[in-house]
Design a protein around this ligand. Structure first.
Ligand SMILES: NC(=O)c1ccc[n+]([C@@H]2O[C@H](COP(=O)([O-])OP(=O)(O)OC[C@H]3O[C@@H](n4cnc5c(N)ncnc54)[C@H](OP(=O)(O)O)[C@@H]3O)[C@@H](O)[C@H]2O)c1
Length: 275
């Protein structure tokens, strides 16, 4: 047994930040990635035992999403393999207000291992590192009419919470609900980004059928279309329209605002347009 921490989704949005922070602290990390050594693939359970071999703690993230077919079985299978191998602690990335995510949390909570659940609101970085980036670059932000405001979370804050949970036993057995410091509409987020990049972004709300058609026209993969439909109809219905102070409770400072995130993201050049 070593003190190496396994980070699943190590090249993904949260995993890469957790890896970086642990490495800066001098803590050895193993990258859970299809290109890692050994490789980790949710679709190849035969490889999981060697990925968790000698590992004590795991940052457990699932890709693509808990609603994907077979997600719960895979998470259960991975947790069983980890436990058998001697893993003692799991820090689990979950989604706030999602029934399927809570079913996945139950697997972790019932595992008999030490656990912390990090239940997150929508990531701010969806606008710079994921699905909404193309909308920003095109200057055309189209979404189905949302029924609620969202307390978007900055992923550097989230990664700090995860690292705390991985390195301090007082977080064992806790469920943290992470939110940013403010409730925002997508119109607000579009305006804040547009002002920062100094380019207009047309904002349009359409009905769900119109949205699905637009995504289809852009050849967005079926599973992403399905995910967006689920998120906009089921999750963005008002159930998450509240702020918590869990980030401040864990890391001892206020969470980053959307405006601060926009400044950080803009500095990276991710929203620059090549002429
Ligand atoms: N986006 C949000 O706003 C939000 C909010 C709350 C919770 N969440 C949850 O966060 C979790 C992660 O979502 P994310 O969008 O942030 O993804 P992500 O962590 O950015 O995931 C992308 C990574 O997944 C890895 N991956 C892809 N297919 C894989 C496979 N078959 N086996 C193993 N790894 C694979 C890829 O790594 P390699 O190519 O290196 O293998 C890639 O770097 C999801 O469970 C989601 O429900 C998301």
């Amino acid at each position: 047994m070593t003190n190496e921490i396994l980070v699943l989704g190590a090249t993904g949005k949260t995993g890469k930040r957790v890896m970086e922070k642990l490495q800066k602290m001098g803590i050895p990390v193993r990258a859970g990635s299809r290109n890692g050594t050994p490789p980790f693939d949710w679709d190849r359970s035969e490889g999981w035992a060697s990925v968790v071999d000698g590992i004590q703690k795991v940052y457990l993230t699932y890709y693509p999403d808990f609603m994907a077919p077979g997600a719960l079985e895979k998470i259960q299978g991975f947790v069983n393999t980890a436990k058998k191998s001697g893993v003692q602690q799991l820090v689990f990335l979950s989604g706030r207000g999602e029934k399927e995510a809570e079913e996945a949390e139950r697997i972790v909570i019932d595992s008999g291992l030490c656990w912390t659940i990090v239940r997150s609101s929508w990531f701010m970085q969806n606008f710079s590192e994921f699905f909404f980036l193309d909308n920003i670059l095109e200057g055309y932000f189209v979404i189905p009419k949302p029924k609620a405001f969202e307390p978007f979370v900055d992923l550097d804050d989230l990664a700090e919470v995860v690292v705390e949970a991985l390195t301090d036993a007082r977080h064992n057995g806790k469920i943290y609900e992470l939110t940013g410091p403010e409730l925002l509409s997508f119109k607000d987020t579009t305006r804040l980004i547009s002002e920062a990049i100094n380019r207009p972004i047309v904002y349009e709300e359409v009905d769900m059928n119109g949205y699905i058609k637009i995504l289809g026209d852009y050849q967005i993969p079926e599973d992403i279309i399905w995910l967006m439909q689920y998120l906009f109809t089921e999750v963005l219905d008002g159930r998450n329209e509240s702020i918590t102070n869990d980030i401040e409770k864990v890391i001892g400072r206020k969470p980053v605002t959307f405006a601060e995130y926009v400044v950080k993201a803009n500095r990276t050049g991710v929203w620059d347009i090549q002429h």
